[in-house]
Design a protein around this ligand. Structure first.
Ligand SMILES: Cc1cc2nc3c(=O)[nH]c(=O)nc-3n(C[C@H](O)[C@H](O)[C@H](O)COP(=O)(O)O)c2cc1C
Length: 135
């Protein structure tokens, strides 16, 4: 099965999550800016919420790679919202991309809020989520 882990990060939280997921799946975590070089069956998109939205780079990744994404899996971190899923679902629908109903979310540190999140346990849970959806 072809698998990719892509992330967008501003302060490092989501990159750490993506790296843990990628290591568990035996692939490299790359920035969304790397895009996808080939049709990929399972794409784990690790992203976050900024000012109640997702970054333009995440929007561009979905639009630019829509023909290469088999199934998209959303993994997010945020300080206040409990997921970026609805935002990513809208983007997936607009681009005709299949988004799994299964998602992963955990808190991400934002200034004094949620210190050290994602924790090692959060990252383990994200890796278990990713392995679990591939079974
Ligand atoms: C500029 C900025 C704006 C943010 N806005 C929100 C927000 O509107 N809602 C929210 O739940 N979290 C918000 N956060 C918190 C981030 O979603 C959280 O810290 C996340 O883990 C950041 O991921 P990153 O370190 O990979 O960039 C914001 C963080 C930053 C830096």
């Amino acid at each position: 099965m072809t698998i990719a882990v892509r992330y967008f990060t501003r302060t490092g939280n989501t990159r750490r999550l993506a790296e843990g997921v990628a290591a568990a799946l035996g692939v490299a975590a790359e920035s969304v800016e790397a895009g996808l070089s080939e049709k990929t069956e399972a794409v784990f998109l690790c992203n976050s919420v900024y000012a109640a939205g997702v970054d333009d780079a995440v929007k561009a990744f979905i639009a630019d790679n829509k023909d290469k994404i088999g199934t998209l899996y959303n993994l997010s971190t945020a300080a206040l919202l409990t997921s970026s899923y609805k935002m990513v679902r809208k983007l997936a629908e607009e681009n005709g991309v299949t988004l799994s109903e299964k998602e992963f979310h955990c808190r991400g540190q934002f200034g004094p809020l949620h210190a050290n999140r994602p924790t090692a346990a959060d990252i383990r849970n994200a890796a278990d989520f990713a392995k679990g959806v591939l079974v």
